[in-house]
Write a protein that binds this ligand. Sequence first.
Ligand code: HEM
Length: 179
Amino acid sequence: MKGIVFTEFFEMVEEAHGYETVDKLIASCNLSTDGIYTSVGTYPSSDMFELVQKLSDQSSTSIPDLLFAFGGHLFHTFTQKYQSFFQDHTHAFDFLVTLHDHIHVEVKKLYPDAELPSFAYQRTDNHSMEMTYSSERKMSDLAHGLLHHCLGYYDHRFSIEKENIVEDGSVVLFKISIV
Ligand code: HEM
């Protein structure tokens, strides 16, 4: 997993609870590093899962809720750091269909060791679209948070339904409706 996921995760925790909480969290985990992550490095996904699990225990917030919130934080960072991906669109669906064939492809070119989810789309019209998320990392709650903030970013009023296609969460269907 790319270091940017870790550095952004620590930033979110620091913004919400302060630096001491980040320190305590790192100290309570058995990580592959001493808690030093650089944004371009690559680290075991198990480190992230342990951090999320421990933060969930320590903050009494469920793992899905934490990942959803992290999606919001990450989306904000992406809009700041990679503005060019967002600025050519006025409708969230136009942006979202570029995710699989363009954005994550560019990420993979830049970081060949990036582990990215795949998305399949079914777009009926400007009001409804289905996206199927597939990933061994089973981080659909993170995808949900990213999607939620993406729809808000483009000023839509919307609803998102989420349904596990495979029980373990490796394949998940999102039904997005703009109202
Ligand atoms: C709404 C838009 C987006 C969604 C729903 C999305 C979804 C995801 C998810 C769920 C992951 C976690 C890994 C997994 O589930 O297998 C991920 C990883 C990642 N995404 Fe996206 N993404 C979005 C936009 C972007 C943008 C704009 C960028 C930046 C150019 C980006 C770059 C990355 C990177 C660097 C990773 C980490 C890969 C790794 O750890 O190896 N994503 N994405």
